[in-house]
Design a protein around this ligand. Structure first.
Ligand code: TYD
Ligand code: MG
Length: 466
C-alpha cells in the first residue's frame, strides 16, 4: 500500500484529473463525472520516465512516411462469420478489442465460442475469467457443446499474474472477462475504480503491442449505455464493439463503433439459441413483426448499417396525453423525434401537441441514421389517424427542418432489398429514384410502385391517396 496517498478526482468522460471535487469537469465540461481516485506515488519507474523525457533514452530514428513498409495487417478469422464481419476480417496480431454490452447479453458466450474456434485451428488461446469460476466457464462450454475444448482457462483477477501468464504461455489470443474485475497491486485505488480499470487496460494494451498477442477486453455497460470506467478506454484500444439487442428477443447485434483495422458501423447479427450464438447470414427480414393484417402505427423502412440493407419496422403509438405530453422512443433518438414532430406540425399541418407519442424500432435494434425520419413520421400519422398503411409498404428518407425530404445514401440497394422481400409500394426521396435508362434496376424493381417525393407535405398527400 502506498503510504502517502493523495486523493484526486478523475473524470469518467475524458479521464482528466483535478485535485478537488467539482460539479463540472474543467477539462471536458461534463457534469457530475468526477469520481474519487488515488494519485499514484511515482514508484520505481518514475525516475526512468523522467530521464526519458529529458531525451536520455534513445529515440526511434525518423523515417519518411513513403519509405515505411506498410504491410497489410494480417487477420485471423475467428470462424464466426458475423464476428469477423464487424472485426473487419478477423483478429489482428497485437490488436486490442473492447467489447461492451449489458449483462447477460452474451459477451462471455460469444467469446468462449470464438476462442474455441481459434483453438481448433491450432492457435494457442487463453480465457481469463474474473467474474466466474473455472467451473462456471466449464459449465457454459458443456452447454455450447464444447466438452473437448482445449482452451486454457485462468481464473484470476490480479493484473501482474495475468501478465505473467501471458508472458509464459504466449497465447495468440487472450480474452479478459472482464476488465472491470482486474486490479493491480501497484495501485492503491479500489478494484473496479476508474484508475484501476484505466491502468490495467493500459498495461494489457502495452503487453499486446509488445508481444503480439491479440487481446479482447470485455467491458460492462452502465445504465446510461456507456462502457463503465473512463471513456479513455475507448481511445486506448484498436477496436470497440458494442452488443445490442433486446434481451427478450433472441437476436443480438454487434456493432463496431471504432475500428482501426476495418470499417465502422458494420454490424454482425446473431441469434441466441439453446446452444450458444449462431450467426444470421441473411438478417434483412428479422426486424419485422409480421402482422397478418396491416395495423395502424406501423411503417417499414430499409436501413443500411455497414454494408447490408435491413428492413426494420417502426411502430408508433399516438394517444391523448396530459398537460405535458410525453415523447418516448426506443431505438431511435428522442431529440430527433421532437424535431420531426415540429417539422410535421409546421410543414404538414399535423399537430401532436396534446398527444403522447411513443416510437419503437422493432426487435431492439438501434437506428442512428436519419434515413429513418420519413418512416417515423408516417408511422406517427398512421397511428394518429388510426389508418394502417397498405400491405407491402415501405418508406425511407431524411427530413430537413425546412420540410424537405432528402435522399438516403445508396437508395437503390435499399429498394432492391425491399423488392427481393416482396414489398410493393414505396415512398422514396425523389433523388433516390432509379435513373431512366437503368434497365437492370428497373427489372429488379419490377412490380414495385414508387412514389417520389421532395417534401413532407407531398408524402402526406401520397399516403392519403393510397
Ligand atoms: P452471457 O454470455 O453469460 O452474457 P454476458 O457475458 O454478456 O453477461 O450470456 C448469458 C445469457 O445467455 C443467459 O441469459 C443464458 C443465455 N444463453 C443461452 O440462451 N444459450 C446458451 O447456449 C448460453 C451459453 C447462454
Ligand atoms: Mg459474462
Amino acid at each position: 500500500m502506498a503510504t502517502k496517498d493523495k486523493t484526486t478526482y478523475t473524470c469518467n468522460e475524458c479521464g482528466g484529473t483535478t485535485p478537488r471535487w467539482l460539479g463540472k469537469c474543467p477539462h471536458c465540461n461534463a457534469w457530475n463525472s468526477l469520481v474519487e481516485s488515488v494519485a499514484e506515488p511515482a514508484s520505481g519507474g518514475g525516475k526512468n520516465r523522467l530521464s526519458q523525457a529529458k531525451g536520455l533514452a534513445p529515440s526511434a530514428a525518423l523515417t519518411v512516411l513513403s519509405e515505411i513498409q506498410a504491410a497489410d495487417v494480417e487477420r485471423t478469422p475467428t470462424g464466426l462469420g458475423e464476428l469477423d464481419r464487424v472485426l473487419g476480417g478477423g483478429i489482428v496480431e497485437g490488436g486490442v478489442v473492447l467489447i461492451g454490452g449489458d449483462p447477460g447479453i452474451g459477451k462471455s458466450t460469444l467469446l468462449l465460442q470464438a476462442v474455441d474456434a481459434l483453438q481448433r485451428t491450432g492457435l494457442s488461446t487463453l480465457y481469463v475469467t474474473g467474474e466466474e469460476s473455472g467451473a462456471q466457464v466449464a459449465l457454459r462450454s458443456r452447454r455450447l457443446g464444447l466438452e473437448q475444448s482445449q482452451v486454457k482457462v485462468l481464473a484470476e483477477i490480479q493484473l501482474e499474474k495475468i501478465l505473467a501468464t501471458l508472458d509464459s504461455h504466449k497465447p495468440a489470443i487472450a480474452v479478459i472477462d472482464s476488465i472491470q474485475t482486474v486490479y493491480s497491486d501497484q495501485l492503491s485505488a479500489a478494484p473496479g475504480s476508474v484508475s484501476q480499470v484505466r491502468e490495467c487496460a493500459a498495461h494489457l494494451t502495452r503487453a499486446a503491442k509488445a508481444s503480439g498477442v491479440a487481446i479482447v477486453l470485455v467491458g460492462h455497460v452502465t445504465k446510461e449505455g456507456a462502457l463503465a470506467g473512463p471513456r479513455v478506454l475507448e481511445h486506448m484500444v484498436d477496436t470497440v464493439l458494442y452488443f445490442e439487442g433486446d434481451t427478450h428477443s433472441s437476436y443480438r447485434l454487434i456493432r463496431a463503433i471504432k475500428n482501426r483495422f476495418g470499417a465502422v458501423n458494420e454490424i454482425g447479427v446473431f441469434a441466441m439459441t439453446e446452444r450458444g450464438l449462431k450467426g444470421v447470414n441473411n438478417p434483412s427480414a428479422i426486424f419485422l413483426s409480421q402482422h397478418s393484417q396491416p395495423v395502424p402505427g406501423s411503417c417499414v423502412l430499409v436501413t443500411l448499417e455497414g454494408t447490408r440493407p435491413m428492413l426494420v419496422e417502426i411502430q408508433a403509438l399516438v394517444d391523448s396525453g396530459g398537460p405535458s405530453p410525453r415523447r418516448l422512443s426506443v431505438g431511435l433518438d428522442r431529440d430527433r423525434l421532437a424535431m420531426l414532430l415540429a417539422v410535421l406540425h409546421r410543414h404538414a399541418g399535423v399537430s401532436c401537441a396534446d398527444q403522447d407519442v411513443f416510437v419503437n424500432a422493432v426487435g431492439g435494434v438501434r437506428i442512428g441514421e436519419p434515413a429513418a425520419d420519413l418512416a417515423v413520421l408516417l408511422a406517427i400519422t398512421s397511428s394518429l389517424r388510426g389508418k394502417a398503411l397498405p400491405q407491402g409498404f415501405l418508406a425511407f428518407g431524411e427530413i430537413g427542418l425546412a420540410g424537405e425530404v432528402r435522399p438516403a445514401p445508396r437508395g437503390q440497394e435499399r429498394l432492391k432489398e425491399a423488392a427481393k422481400l416482396g414489398f410493393s409500394v414505396a415512398i422514396v426521396p425523389k433523388a433516390n429514384m432509379p435513373k431512366k435508362g437503368d434497365t437492370a434496376l428497373a427489372k429488379a424493381l419490377e412490380g414495385m410502385t414508387l412514389h417520389p417525393v421532395e417534401r413532407i407535405e407531398e408524402a402526406m398527400d401520397v399516403v392519403r391517396g393510397l
